[in-house]
Ligand binder design. Structure first.
Ligand code: HAM
Length: 432
């Protein structure tokens, strides 16, 4: 994060924007009963390989792992959930006080990924974990909270995408079904997917490779493998969201990159109708999360259902800046004119007003400079350019005498001589 260079706030690394994002999330999350928690930056490597899954991409290729002075293998945290669950177990939080425990955290995470817009090796997450609440109400509560948080950040056009991985029986049945479908297509898949087929078949659905996507176009969907209780649970969440008027899309092929998930999973993505050029491009997921009912127990704690999310703060800042730029462009477009007329002396002011009226009568958008004859011409032209005006015409005694002027094309940065008659000007303004 950097102090704003120009005070415009248009830079996604602007420290004031970040401070504001963090303040907003503290207010929103604390209003929902979440308390801040500070977690270590490094944990034992085994926590992540067990917690996130040995075959997950994060564990396989993205961890920053090192040996400390005591010859222990440590890893810079790639995410916060495993550390939060470890702390929950180690401090016997569930045993010391029964009920629901809601924690939130913000800070740097580390993944050795190929950097690109919205994807960094050190990035900042805001996350929250809700320990102890069963599926259903707690999930809807979290999604409603996140919808409000996005609105409080000022994010527009965010789409909520949901799916359910079902219960253990649903997942086992689906793994078998997907494996049976994909196995005969193995040779046509990328090397990564060939490995996923053996170790983590659900991740096949997340491959961006066009050939793999084509191979899986007809793959079965997990919904076909849900047990009746799993299907009911997901239907209940969807019904509650509808009643709460929280819009969402069910994405039957949504999977998540970490292995601890059980049941409901979700992502908030930049809505697809926004053009890539203004938004996040390929890294369009702002936040992701879901239920992980077995992680605490797997780490040695009591059976504790849980749900959580994490949001990438760079992506949120990028999107807020893109939105701001888009808004500025729209405002500029609304203010832009076909022609700026600049009269340099009093007699020319009348000529400018007349010309403007005649041109407006035939549908041209014309601004007359009304600041008087002492206007700074350079500054006027710069402003016209900034507002997106297309042409400018300066009217002085020379022009009045000759009946001709120089029509400045502000976009193409050239001038053409023109007869100062409304018909000739109107025709010239029609030029692209
Ligand atoms: P995740 O989907 O791996 O989930 O990451 C959550 C968010 O972090 C992503 O949606 C994205 O905005 C951001 N993010 C991830 N990797 C990068 C990166 N390399 N550069 C920039 N931003 C990134 C988790 O981390 C889970 N712990 C979420 C969770 C919490 N599930 C349950 N509780």
């Amino acid at each position: 994060m950097l102090p704003a260079a120009d005070g415009s706030g248009g830079d996604f690394l602007d420290s004031r924007l970040w401070a504001q994002m963090l303040r907003t999330c503290s207010v929103q999350l604390e209003a929902c009963g979440y308390a801040p928690v500070w977690l270590p930056l490094a944990e034992e490597t085994a926590l992540f390989s067990r917690g996130l899954g040995d075959s997950s991409d994060v564990v396989q290729k993205e961890m920053y792992t090192f040996t400390d002075r005591g010859n222990r293998s440590l890893t810079l945290r790639p995410e916060g959930t495993a550390g939060a669950a470890r702390a929950f177990v180690e401090h016997r939080v569930g045993q010391r006080a029964t009920g629901v425990h809601r924690w939130y955290y913000a800070g740097p995470m580390f993944r050795a990924e190929r950097p690109q817009k919205g994807r960094y090796r050190q990035f900042y997450q805001l996350g929250a974990e809700c320990f102890g609440a069963p599926a259903g109400l707690a999930d809807v509560d979290m999604l409603c909270m996140l919808q409000q948080l996005c609105a409080a950040w000022g994010l527009r056009d965010v789409q909520i995408e949901l799916n359910s991985l079902g219960d253990a029986a649903s997942r086992a049945a689906y793994r078998d079904a997907l494996h049976a479908f994909a196995r005969p297509r193995r040779a046509q898949m990328c090397a990564n997917c060939q490995a996923r087929l053996e170790h983590n078949v659900l991740r096949l659905l997340d491959c961006k490779n066009a050939a793999c996507r084509a191979q899986l176009a007809e793959a079965p969907e997990i919904g076909a493998s849900w047990t009746p209780p799993a299907a009911d649970e997901f239907a209940r969440v969807q019904a509650l969201l509808q009643q709460m008027e929280v819009p969402f899309v069910h994405r039957p092929r949504l999977v998540r990159g970490l292995d601890y998930y059980t049941g409901l999973i979700f992502e908030f993505v930049e809505a697809p109708q926004r053009g890539d050029e203004v938004g996040l491009g390929a890294q369009s997921t702002i936040l992701g999360g879901g239920r992980y009912d077995r992680l605490v127990e797997e780490l040695g704690g009591p059976s504790t259902p849980a749900v959580g999310f994490s949001a990438g703060l760079e992506r949120i800042a990028l999107l807020l800046c893109a939105q701001q730029q888009q808004q500025q462009q729209q405002q500029a477009q609304a203010a832009s004119c076909d022609l700026l007329l600049v009269p340099l002396d009093v007699p020319c002011q009348l000529q400018a007003l007349r010309l403007a009226q005649q041109l407006r009568a035939v549908g041209c958008k014309v601004e007359v400079d009304v600041m008087g004859v002492n206007a700074n011409l350079k500054a006027l032209l710069r402003r016209a350019d900034r507002l997106g005006h297309r042409f400018a015409l300066v009217l002085g005694s020379e022009e009045q005498k000759s009946g001709r002027g120089q029509l400045k094309n502000l976009r193409q940065r050239r001038s053409d001589e023109i007869v100062l008659r409304p018909e000739a000007l109107a025709t010239a303004l029609e030029a692209p």
